[in-house]
Design a binder for this molecule. Structure first.
Ligand SMILES: CC(C)(COP(=O)(O)OP(=O)(O)OC[C@H]1O[C@@H](n2cnc3c(N)ncnc32)[C@H](O)[C@@H]1OP(=O)(O)O)[C@@H](O)C(=O)NCCC(=O)NCCS
Length: 178
């Protein structure tokens, strides 16, 4: 059962160092330069970002409003797609980490749930991601969240070379039809 001191919220500029540290500590996560996080609403107003991007963090709060530790994050993007019949977006789960001492306590599920809500608000029609084929923990988490295998990219990753498994989840599209 999840620790009720864990809250999930949008990240701000003051959280980026902790997010970078978490990512660097996880060999199976994407490792981005610190500046890459500027696109996640850190430097530009969210409305100006194309694609829209969001970074959520899970925080352990010793008491309300007091962040003791950032224990996980999820990074997402949404690219608007329009045709004559529909306005929607295709969303991507770009990166996600939970700190090792906090794993298997439901934090990952909470972060995915926050990400799905954000994708819904972006009129997301689908949420996609790529994951190393050997990443049993992440694949199990995503399948539990309703993602299904949609394909495989041979030798997609390097160091070590490995296939990527493509997972996707269809999202409810709100009736933003033309
Ligand atoms: C993948 C990751 C984010 C999961 O976070 P988490 O907080 O441990 O996930 P949860 O506790 O919410 O797990 C939910 C369910 O996912 C599955 N799961 C999670 N970790 C698992 C593992 N190591 N082995 C098997 N199943 C696992 C289980 O079904 C679990 O439910 P249960 O604990 O009741 O059995 C975490 O392991 C991590 O940060 N890994 C390193 C970074 C990474 O690989 N990121 C993904 C990049 S695509």
């Amino acid at each position: 059962m999840i620790d009720d001191r864990i809250i999930v919220r949008r990240a701000g500029p003051a959280d980026v160092d902790a997010v970078v540290t978490l990512a660097e500590a996880a060999s199976t996560a994407a490792h981005w330069p610190r500046t890459a996080y500027d696109a996640y609403g850190m430097a530009l107003p969210q409305e100006d970002s194309i694609p829209a991007k969001a970074l959520f963090i899970a925080c352990m709060c010793a008491w309300p409003g007091q962040i003791a530790e950032i224990v996980g994050f999820i990074a997402l993007s949404a690219l608007l797609t329009t045709d004559s019949a529909q306005i929607a977006s295709e969303c991507e789960l770009e990166n996600m980490v939970v700190a090792e001492p906090w794993r298997r306590q439901g934090v990952g599920q909470r972060l995915v749930a926050a990400g799905l809500l954000w994708c819904g608000a972006q009129l997301g029609s689908v949420l996609r991601l790529e994951v190393r084929a050997s990443n049993v923990a992440a694949i199990a988490l995503y399948e539990l969240g309703g993602f299904a295998v949609a394909g495989r990219r041979p030798a997609y990753y390097s160091q070590p070379v490995e296939d990527a498994v493509l997972l996707q989840k269809a999202l409810h599209t709100s009736p933003g039809k033309a």
